[in-house]
Write a protein that binds this ligand. Structure first.
Ligand SMILES: O=c1ccn([C@@H]2O[C@H](COP(=O)(O)OP(=O)(O)O[C@H]3O[C@H](CO)[C@@H](O)[C@H](O)[C@H]3O)[C@@H](O)[C@H]2O)c(=O)[nH]1
Length: 447
């Protein structure tokens, strides 16, 4: 890519490099999509250029403009607070008066329900006129990376002759399986399967068996129409016409599936730029939140800790939450549970936190998950297998209890359990994705 060429030039000639590249990033308004693109910004800024041959002065070989909306700007500024001189953040107002979406909600983790994903995502198109007005007045842009969900940014990029790369949060294993299942019409051909839970062999990967419920319904229902399907088509078409796809993963982790994707005709080239969690800067020792102090104490007591977290979008019923809480309590394992929910209130068990106080801590704040997974006390991760969480766990060397809940998470769980063999699957009672998980299943797998 551009940055590699530039670095080569600076190192071979040791002469003053050409003026820096200017990159535009436009993350989708969801933490699981925004975080890896911000990490990608960090990665780009690591590339240095020589600015003076006399004193070997260097500076980042790129400047970056990040587009977002007002409510998301503080998170982004905070995340990249050490790079203020090379990064500019521009807020475009998010539309109001969208049916079902409360005013001020500009990120999927704040949505009352993920069933609002389609109107929320469609609403982002109203940012397009101001986005283009702003692009007109920016210094020349070398390339743009925008989220695959923001399909309309391809048209904006084309208007200004900017090469656009699409960022997709999925790994190559999941993308390859989605592609293969679709090409072979494994689930969409009528009569091919008897139930959503029947295992079927994937023709391109004969050692893998998948179930219909491992895939989002919009991709497997024979009747392929409706607002969700139309949105998906817009996103896929715009990705197909892009210059490339940025993937937060690495070749060595899933080479068979990267090779498969490289061979798909008509698809833009995937660039594996991960694992992006490794660019996270170390935290200062002086700045310890209470949960890190708690983990420090567990290290002194030589007690291994299970980290429990289900990402930023999972929707868990009160009944299911109660089984998780009581399963963790029964297991007697030390656990650190990060959740936005008020567990006691939702499970109707006042005193739960006090009861488990000796071995469990529940945190409702935003945490630095990478810092937690990197802590010596953490020896396991009960996770929904969002790709960021799963890859962070792999990079930190922490085995997972894989409990997928939505999106491509069932495939991430298969990758973790069956291909990489670094996790154990939590099973629902009926084998479906939405099925119920008993407290016994939780406590037995934890042990
Ligand atoms: O208090 C918190 C909570 C989360 N995180 C981070 O937030 C990210 C969450 O991402 P992920 O684990 O992928 O979960 P989701 O938020 O559920 O991610 C969505 O986006 C992912 C990437 O596309 C998909 O793989 C998931 O299925 C989809 O639900 C991770 O980097 C976490 O480290 C924190 O740092 N602190």
């Amino acid at each position: 890519m551009y940055c590699e060429n530039n670095v080569k030039k600076t190192h071979t000639n040791m002469s003053v490099s050409p003026s820096p590249h200017h990159v535009v990033l436009f993350p989708y308004m969801s933490k699981g999509h925004t975080i890896p693109l911000l990490q990608f910004a960090r990665l780009l800024l690591r590339h240095r250029r020589v600015i003076s041959s006399s004193n070997d002065g260097e500076e980042p070989s790129m400047s970056i403009t990040i587009f977002t909306t007002p409510q998301n700007k503080p998170f982004i500024s905070n995340f990249l607070s050490d790079f203020t001189s090379s990064i500019k953040i521009i807020s475009l107002p998010f539309p109001e008066n969208i049916a079902g979406i409360p005013p001020g909600v500009e990120s999927t983790d704040k949505l009352p329900s993920m069933s609002l994903y389609v109107p929320f995502t469609r609403a982002t198109k109203s940012l397009q006129p101001l986005f283009e007005e702003t692009l007109k007045n920016l210094p020349q842009v070398t390339f743009m990376v925008s989220d695959g969900f923001l399909w309309w940014t391809l048209d904006s990029a084309a208007k200004f002759q900017i090469p656009r790369l699409a960022f997709f949060g999925m790994n190559s294993y999941s993308s390859a399986l989605y592609n293969s299942v679709s090409v072979h019409q494994l689930f969409t051909k009528p009569g091919n399967i008897k139930s959503d839970t029947e295992p079927v062999t994937v023709p391109d990967f004969p050692w893998i068996r998948v179930k219909k419920c491992d895939f989002v319904p919009v991709c497997t229902e024979p009747d392929q129409s409706g607002p969700e399907f139309d949105l998906l088509m817009d996103q896929l078409m715009s990705t197909e016409k892009s210059r490339g796809v940025i993937v937060n993963s690495y070749y060595e982790l899933e080479s068979t599936f990267v090779d498969y994707r490289l061979g798909v005709r008509g698809e833009p080239k995937p660039w594996c730029v991960g694992p992006l969690c490794l660019v996270n800067p170390p935290k200062p020792e002086s700045d310890k939140p209470s949960w890190i102090e708690w983990l420090d104490r567990k290290r002194e007591e030589r007690c291994p800790v299970l980290y429990v977290a289900f990402g930023t979008q999972a929707e868990i019923s009160n009944e299911q939450l109660k089984e998780i809480a009581l399963g963790l309590e029964d297991s007697k394992a030390n656990f650190l549970w990060v959740t936005r929910m008020d567990v006691e209130e939702m499970i109707g068990e006042v005193g739960f936190e006090k009861r488990v106080r000796e071995h469990g801590m529940i945190v409702r704040d935003w945490v630095d998950q990478w810092e937690i997974l990197s802590h010596e006390s953490v020896k396991g991760f009960l996770s929904h297998c969002g790709w960021n969480s799963a890859q962070e766990s792999i990079c930190a060397g922490i085995p997972m209890l894989a409990w997928p809940m939505m999106a491509e998470q069932p495939l991430n769980a298969k990758l973790v359990v069956e291909e990489l063999k670094v996790g154990v699957r939590i099973e629902t009672e009926d084998g479906t994705l939405e099925g119920f998980v008993s407290r016994e299943e939780v406590s037995q797998k934890v042990l």
